[in-house]
Structures are given as C-alpha cells and as structure tokens.
Write a protein of this length. Sequence first.
Length: 371
Amino acid sequence: MSFTLQRKRDSRLFLKLLLLTTVAIFSFYSSNAKAETISFNLVDQHGPVTHESYPGKYLLLSIGYTSCPDICPTTLYEYGYALKHMQHADELQPLFLTIDPVNDEIHRLNAYTHYFDERIVGLSGEMKDIEDIAKQLGATFGYRLNGQRIDNPVPGLGYEVYHSAMIYLITPERELLDVFDYQIGGDDLVEVLDAHLSKAATSTVDVDTVHVDDTTIMTPVTANASQTSCPLPEGFSEANEQVHLSDLNLTIDARPGAQLVNLWALWCGPCRKELPILEEWVASQPPLEVITINVGDSLDKIEQLFTEQGFYHLPKHQTEGFDLLRQLGGLGLPFNALFVDGNIAGIKSGIITETSSLDRYADCVQSQRQL
C-alpha cells in the first residue's frame, strides 16, 4: 500500500470516528472501575451461547438490530467482506447481538446475519443479559417513543432504537483486544484483523543460530540490551519498530528509566475503563512516568471528562489523527508503549488490567541502570 493511500485511509477513518463522537451516547465508569474477562450468557438459533463457546476462537462482536437502517448493514457488510478476504478467517467467530429482542426473533435474526455471510451468528437473550455484556464493552443502547425515552419496549409499540456503533475484537481468553469504528471499511478491517491474528498464530521472536560444537542453540535477537534485559510486563510484546521519543514530534522529553505512553479517545469504551485504572496508579506515584495522549478529541471535551471523573494526576496531551498510533506500531485503541531511556521497548493493544508487573519492570530497569 502506498504512503499516500495509507494517509488518505487514516484521514478518512479519523473523520468518520470524529463524526461518530458527536452522536454517540457515552456511559462513563467510576474511578475504581477494573477491566475483567468478558463473560456472557446468551442464545443463538440452536440454544445457549456463553463466553466459553467457540473455544480457541477470537470473537468479532457488534450490537444492533435487524430493522437498523444504516449502521448495522454497514457493519455486517464489512464482516462479510473481511471473512472473504482475510488470511485467518478460520480463527475468528463473528457475532451480532440484537439489542431489540422484542422484535428480533432468533431465527429471523440469523436469516438476516446469514444474508451477509453464513458464518455470522446472530445472538439474543434476556434483556438483563444483553445489558450486562453491553456494559462490559462500554456499549450503549436504548429506546425512544415520540421523542421520550422508554425502558420497557413491547411488540407493536413503534418505538425507535438507538445504539453505539463499534466493533469489538475479543481474544480466545475473552479479553477485549481492540475496538473499531463501524465505518472502518472492509480493507482496513481485513488489515487490522490479519495483523492481530497473524501475531497470535506465529512466533514473534526472531532468532539467531549459534553453533557450539555439534549443538545448535537458538537465541533471541535483541536490538538493545536495556530494552530486553528485564521481562516485559503482562500483556506487552516486544516492539517491532525502533522508535525514540524524540522522533515523535511531541512536547515530551525522554527521561532515564522507564516511561509509559498511553493513547486513548473519548469514543473508545475500553479506554474509558482503562483511564480510571491509570489514574489510581499514577496517584500512588509509580516508579515510571505515565504519559496519556488523547487521539482526536478537543481539549475542552478532554477537560470535561477529567473534571467529571476526578482525574487529577493524568496529563492531558493530545494529537490529531492516527499517525502517532501507526508510528508506534499500534492498530487500535487503547494502546500502550513502554520506553526505556527514550527507546521503545514494548507495546500492548487493549486495556491494562493490572499495574504490579509494570512496577516490577520499572524497578528492574532502574536496578539494571545502576549496575
């Protein structure tokens, strides 16, 4: 893909995401929120479906309803396109959860999803179970009648349905890995899904071969001893790119020891789960600097969120577009990059769920520097 075409795609995606933020309804989480493994108890046309169904499969999940005029058909078209063009479709289970179970009978729902691709499974369930999985994902939905919100829709009432419009990628361990705008586009969805699944399907450690007598020893290739002498924190993998903080055109200075750069956005539900975790951690004065950078939102909206949620310790940096995310090797938000002495050492897509391994990593780096 040419650099110009990639820039155009990134710009188009950013504009679509920015438009989405003006109409989406957000539910913010309290400062003690903790991300957990996603669980659910739903049904498909054959019977019960839970988070333990589809063992070993990644889940691609979105919410919607069969009478949706535009968002849901667009999402399912992109599902179908991705399944037909991606390299690792057999490792992925696409799911479409109705948030209008009153009208979306389960067999009719699956006839609808199969129109786009027979591998897409339509899910339904009790309203409390649908609300539960939506809350875990940070998704929102509701109903209006004559401009007024209603809480208990019934058949034939003629109500309107509204909902947030994101696509969620969930790991086989049922952890939220990435989130995409429903207008990401088929080609870009193929690209990011294959990148995630290819990384999981193959070893990411390059090796050199060293011959000692008649024994062949495989040793990891290391670019910088200070980056690899300490085990990376939970969920982090070695960075594929060689990046220095000074290369990023940010007003952020590289410091001795470890620094964590976190990218987030208002439209990103998982980001809003992660920020309270980072706020609580930074308030405890961790042994590394945490740098939070918003992607694409206005400074006044960032300030409003921080005030509402009582975030007093996180910095309020901001960048436009996704160039920084791509430069760091990221595919979606939230995204975290570890730097050691200004050099990138590790990356993580998805929510940081615990911080103790980050503390240990920073302490190890500091100890190594003192040797």
